[in-house]
Write a protein that binds this ligand. Structure first.
Ligand code: DAT
Ligand code: MG
Length: 153
């Protein structure tokens, strides 16, 4: 299969990441890796919206606490595009539990507790497309990325 240089992933700085002043650092990592920013907004999500985002986890014992935490303040919602954006985004994020996140990853550098792991990233291309629709019903921004010729073969 031809490489998909236009794969998209949904990345979100969680309320603790915003409060701790990590928004710029997280954006800088995706920018400098070579990804193209195609949507971004600061949003204080409702519990109902977050329940849709985390619908797969409904029924887990930590679900009510997760929704409360995610609704406790604004998040930075973003869409990043590039080669293998979903898998590479996950590897940049690190493991769900920061105890297992390698140093050098976002969670491995900035988080200690699974319930305060500062950043979300889509786990599959299918879920990325669903999450992008949920958070950006208005659509993403189309523009030419002038660095592309220096990032892709
Ligand atoms: P990820 O965010 O790595 O995709 P996930 O989708 O399984 O992980 O879970 C979503 C979030 O829910 C996760 O970032 C933190 C929280 N969470 C997951 N497992 C948890 C647990 N055992 N205790 C508390 N919070 C948990
Ligand atoms: Mg997940």
């Amino acid at each position: 299969m031809a490489p998909n240089n236009a794969e998209r992933t949904y990345i979100m700085v969680k309320p603790d990441g915003v409060q701790r002043g990590l928004v710029g650092n997280i954006i800088a990592r995706f920018e400098s890796r070579g990804f193209k920013l195609i949507a971004l907004k600061l949003v204080h999500a409702t519990p109902e919206h977050l329940e849709l985002h985390y619908a797969d986890l409904k029924g887990k014992p930590f679900f009510p606490g997760l929704i409360k935490y995610m609704a406790s303040g604004p998040v930075v919602a973003m869409v990043w595009e590039g080669l293998d954006a979903v898998k590479t985004g996950r590897s940049m994020l690190g493991a769900t539990n920061p105890l297992a996140s390698a140093p050098g990853t976002i969670r491995g550098d900035f988080a200690l507790a699974v319930g305060r792991n500062i950043c979300h990233g889509s786990d599959s291309v299918e879920n990325a497309e669903k999450e992008i629709k949920l958070w950006f019903p208005e659509g993403v921004v189309q523009y030419e990325h002038n660095q592309a010729a220096w990032i892709f073969e």
